[in-house]
Design a protein around this ligand. Structure first.
Ligand code: SF4
Ligand code: SF4
Length: 88
């Protein structure tokens, strides 16, 4: 994964600090996180993250930072036209 891709993830995991205790994976309510074959937590399903912050609060090694939730994208004029077309 490139550094640009990592920056877009909802959660940043500092691999050097992760001791692989599995707490974040166990308690994430949306199964966003998984343990890698290297014994480190990874963001396996970023689309499922709700930015609840639980993993950051529970990690005993302060190895996780949850990024701010991005604002919802506004619908464009083209989107509303498509929606209108769909109704007719
Ligand atoms: S809770 Fe922290 S130390 Fe434990 S697996 Fe998750 S990131 Fe690693
Ligand atoms: S912020 Fe919440 S939903 Fe996202 S990975 Fe952490 S515990 Fe899971």
């Amino acid at each position: 994964m490139t550094s640009q891709q990592i920056k877009k993830l909802p959660v940043r995991i500092y691999e050097e600090w992760c001791k692989g205790c599995n707490i974040c994976v166990t308690f994430c309510p949306t199964q966003t996180l998984e343990m890698s074959s290297h014994g480190k937590a990874v963001v396996a399903h970023p689309d499922q993250c709700t930015y609840c912050g639980l993993c950051e609060r529970l990690c005993p090694d302060l190895a996780i930072t949850v990024r701010p939730k991005p604002p919802k994208q506004k619908a464009t004029a083209d989107d509303s036209k498509e929606a209108d077309n769909g109704k007719k």
